[in-house]
Write a protein that binds this ligand. Structure first.
Ligand code: ATP
Ligand code: MG
Length: 357
């Protein structure tokens, strides 16, 4: 039986608390279902600075090349010493150097969280490497230029290749769901750039004739999302629009604190909660681990599909059912109105897993 190699990058702030709770829960589920994981702890962020004088150590990046996937805790790069602040933050560094081009962020109503838009179940496919967040180290030389002290040029970079691959990822997922894709752009104003994105997505759509396609300008889309979130299934968009839209969607259906995500390419996936490192509550054992746990459920589904191994999907399902069952019984952390600590919540999930399996 294959042992899947999974990296564990604890992160800063509440990262170590929520990541270790997550690993514990997944170890329990894997044991129940007889799945083997080889967990590898790797330094990043503050831990990287302490061990290698580098928040994104080369050692960690090399080790990740051998991992099937990994969990990335949140990082507090704003607090790093001045000599490390100018560098890319850990999350950006990994997205770019490993070319994790698809940021996949679901927004789904769940028990215990109040949705302001009723039932909804959608997934945003955000292009993760270019658009208006073009990296200045990109091969195209994109980014920002200070022309004079009072004039700056900020570039958006759009390539057909990047639009094609995110569109294919989105349409493939649509085929497994409600077969509906919404393309979000601003092709009436940013005609060439987001126009190329829109037209490329429409071209890709022709290879998926069963999928219904529509498209909206980003501004109109925010209104549609608030008014009728339940009508959307898969949304595909460029980097910055996707970043903003997914925070909105996450908060609409409950709480950004519960929102999961993964970052993927063809070969690897990185689980990452939507929230930050929450330094204000770090070290108190009160943080909610659901966002990072559900991100790891997504990682399991991704691995399951990539390796044609249904057991991995079952591991994720078991954890998700455990979480939902705790929420329905009123066991939750303080941010959701409960009184469980992070570690108590993890133990409660493990107990449910034992009953459910
Ligand atoms: P970043 O720039 O790293 O994304 P941020 O400014 O978006 O950080 P967060 O770190 O996400 O901020 O925290 C925002 C607020 O939400 C804080 O009050 C924090 O305590 C709370 N918060 C974030 N994550 C959690 C969590 N998992 N459990 C409970 N509260 C959280
Ligand atoms: Mg944030």
């Amino acid at each position: 039986m294959k042992a899947y190699k999974l990296g564990v990058l604890q992160g800063d702030g509440i990262g170590p608390e929520i990541v270790s709770a997550t690993v514990k829960v997944f170890k329990a589920a894997a044991q129940e279902l007889n799945v083997k994981f080889d967990w590898t702890e790797l330094p990043m962020g503050w831990e990287g600075i302490e061990k290698y004088n580098d928040p994104t150590p080369r050692y960690t990046k090399e080790m990740l090349n051998d991992c099937d996937g990994w969990i990335l805790g949140p990082h507090d790069s704003a607090a790093y010493p001045p000599e490390h602040k100018a560098k890319r933050n850990p999350s950006g560094e990994l997205r770019h150097t490993l070319d994790l081009y698809a940021n996949i962020r679901p927004a789904k109503t769940m028990p215990g969280a109040k949705s302001v838009v009723g039932e909804a179940d959608l997934i945003i496919y955000r292009e993760n490497t270019e658009g208006f967040y073009t990296d200045r180290n990109m091969h195209i030389g994109g980014g920002e230029w200070q022309i004079t002290p009072e004039v700056v040029v900020s570039a958006g970079v759009f390539t057909k290749k990047a639009a094609e691959r995110i569109a294919h990822a989105a349409f493939k997922m649509a085929m497994q769901r409600r077969k509906k894709v919404t393309i979000v752009h601003k092709a009436n104003v940013i005609k060439l750039g987001t126009g190329l994105f829109l037209n490329t997505c429409k071209e890709v759509a022709q290879q998926y004739p069963e999928v219904t396609v529509d498209d909206y300008h980003i501004d109109a889309m925010t209104a549609h999302l608030v008014r009728r979130a339940r009508d959307f299934d898969i949304i595909v968009t460029e980097n910055m629009f996707g970043d903003i839209l997914s925070d909105l969607a996450g908060e609409l259906v409950g709480s950004l604190g519960l929102a999961p995500s993964i970052n993927t390419n063809e070969n690897q996936a990185m689980a990452q909660a939507a929230h930050g490192s929450a330094p204000d509550i770090a070290g108190k054992n009160i943080a909610n681990p659901i966002g990072i746990m559900l991100s790891t459920v997504m990682l399991m589904d991704w691995l399951s599909e990539r390796h044609h191994d249904a057991k991995l999907h079952q591991v994720g399902q078991l954890v998700e059912e455990g979480i939902n069952s705790c929420l329905k019984a009123g066991t939750m952390t303080g941010d959701l109105g409960g009184s469980a600590s992070t570690s108590e919540f993890a133990e409660a999930i493990i107990a449910r897993i034992g009953e459910l399996a």
